[in-house]
Design a protein around this ligand. Structure first.
Ligand code: PLP
Ligand code: COI
Length: 354
């Protein structure tokens, strides 16, 4: 893939690392590439970060044809830039593309585009503890027609954002509200794809949770509203009676890369971990009889986020006295350690930029 580069002649001032939050600041450049079925992928370019120009009839604006990924780049103490499992993101992006009939991107091109862009904006990688450069690749249908058809023209873009912690709580436990009315996804739908529409469907419950002072919603399955699925931007894991349980991937939840990494670490550490259906009833019983030892969410943005309290139908359940537990802490230390180069990457997960 040939990438044309147009340098930004007016670079911005970098934000202070204390003010980063999540996804508020953007770097000086972005990557763009176009696709249509006559030419395939073409016109790969890195250009100054700025607004996109779209037809008001563009498919994405009307029919939500959009998928995205989320990943991070880190600067190690010895000055190397590392990506975390980028080929997993490339694969998932293509699974999402398949579901929405958007064009797939060769994995090597996906990773190369990210590497080139990160290298150009490498001075934007923050180095304070808990910070990183968040990478947001996204792909959308961009035909100028209102007919509902398979997408013909598509646009792939990558933007970069220096970030701190996703939740204001940082690594302190968050409070989660279990949603019993709205559902996020059903099997056969788009739950396993990382598409914008899933987040649109989640927003009403998210607003309700936020207004009640909760960080996020915990979704139940869309058919019986009986089984635990995932949180708004994270997969979930529960340690019950010495065993880690996480909802199985049955098509309605996102196959998280952090989830997969946690399962691989748990296996290596000799901690039993099982992927299966977990009912809300089983979960609340485990809190009541004291066998629920720890709960946490896992995802790229938050890495590991301990869950200190869940509420369902007005009833509150405190978990581990509202404190972070040892397995959550171990997973956080291992994953962030590997990502930042402080812990040896015995899994071969990191990919160096250049
Ligand atoms: N589930 C949802 C709905 C998400 O948005 C995310 C975040 O990407 C995750 C799970 C976690 O996935 P990953 O670990 O690949 O970031
Ligand atoms: C991520 O963790 O990368 C996500 O995509 C979560 C997000 C929707 C902010």
């Amino acid at each position: 893939m040939e990438i044309k580069i147009i340098k930004n002649e007016n670079p911005k001032a970098k934000p202070d690392s204390n003010s980063l939050g999540f996804g508020k600041f953007f770097t000086d450049h972005m990557f763009i590439m176009d696709h249509d079925y006559e030419n395939g992928w073409h016109n790969a370019r890195i250009v100054p970060y700025g607004n996109l120009s779209l037809s008001p009839a563009s498919t994405v604006l009307h029919y939500g044809e959009e998928i995205f990924e989320g990943m991070k780049a880190y600067l190690t103490e010895d000055g190397r830039i590392q990506l975390f499992r980028p080929y997993e993101n490339a694969k998932r992006m293509n699974n999402s593309a398949d579901r929405l009939c958007l064009p797939e991107i060769p994995e090597e091109d996906f990773v190369e585009a990210i590497k080139k862009l990160v290298e150009i904006d490498k001075d934007w990688i923050p180095t304070a503890k808990g910070t990183s450069l968040y990478i947001r690749p996204f792909l959308f249908g961009n035909d100028e027609t209102l007919g509902v058809h398979t997408v013909h023209h598509s646009t792939f873009v990558i933007i970069l954002s220096p970030v701190g912690s996703y939740y204001k709580e940082g690594l302190n436990p968050v409070k989660i509200l279990i949603e019993t009315e709205d559902v996020r996804a059903v099997r056969g739908g788009t739950g396993f794809a990382k598409c914008g529409g899933n987040y649109a469907a989640s927003s009403r419950a998210g607003k309700k949770a936020e207004e009640k002072g909760y960080s996020q919603v915990l979704w139940l399955d869309g058919v019986e509203r009986k089984y635990i699925e995932e949180v708004g931007a994270m997969n979930v894991m529960f340690k019950i009676n010495g065993e880690v349980i996480t909802p199985a991937l049955l098509g309605s939840i996102l196959p998280g890369i952090t989830r997969k990494s946690c399962l691989e670490i748990l296996k290596k550490e000799g901690i039993k971990a099982t992927e299966r259906l977990l009912s809300l009833e089983e979960l609340t019983k485990a809190v009541e009889n004291g066998t629920l030892e720890e709960a946490w969410g896992c995802g790229t943005a938050a890495v590991i986020s301990p869950i200190g309290l869940i509420e369902v139908n007005g009833k509150k359940y405190e978990i581990n006295n509202g404190k972070i537990g040892p397995v959550s802490q171990m997973l956080y230390d291992k994953i962030t350690g590997i990502q930042t180069g402080k812990v040896k990457d015995e899994f071969g997960w990191t990919v160096e930029v250049k």
